[in-house]
Write a protein that binds this ligand. Sequence first.
Ligand code: DC
Length: 230
Amino acid sequence: MAFVIVALDGPTGVGKSTLACQLAERNQLLYINTGSMFRCLAWKWNRLDKPENDEALQKLGEQTQIVLEADGRVRCDGEEISSVIRTEELSALASQVSRFVPIRHALKFQQRQLVEQAKIGGAYRGAVLEGRDIGTVVLPKADCKFFVEASPETRARRRFVELQAKDPGVRFEDVLEALKQRDEQDRNRSEAPLHKAANAILVDTSNLNFEQVLSVLEQYLRPFLLTESS
Ligand code: DC
């Protein structure tokens, strides 16, 4: 049975993680959250006082053990950092670290390796990778590519609701501003900037709820899975 590779790219706050996670669970796919990998390295980069030279960045990328556990927990060199890497501060740091070429190269290699291992392991029918450059750079031959979009205001509104539950003092304008800054960095960096692959399916989620988006993605994915099991 062949292995179906799904690339799910899009900007910050568009709901990719929840979508990818559900898509994986419902279709027996391995879920790889590549943003968590960048967040992990950003966390360590910050601890190392943010070196910018290639040698230090290469070492950081190649000699950090990142483990994405099945329940969503993340370990960095054995340390459990799942909640620390979800803060607004780490979001900004991850966006900064993601512009460095040695970091991108190291993670691209690891992401491809995770897919290869899952292919050999036989426990999954495929893999879904969510990120910014999966369909364009990491796995340009992915079977099914999605680019999920929504307006900055819609994305900021969703993020604002999440953050407000933890901190009632949070301001919508600040959330929107931080989101626009990350968008700007992610779309304009020279290495693997965020953009839609020519053959990716564009899904605008601005006027759709979660179930509707999931159903659109599964409609496109279904023929690949049917072919694989027949
Ligand atoms: O998806 P996320 O918000 O957890 O990602 C955090 C940062 O990592 C994001 O601002 C850009 C970067 N990133 C990237 O450059 N390429 C990826 N494939 C995934 C994330």
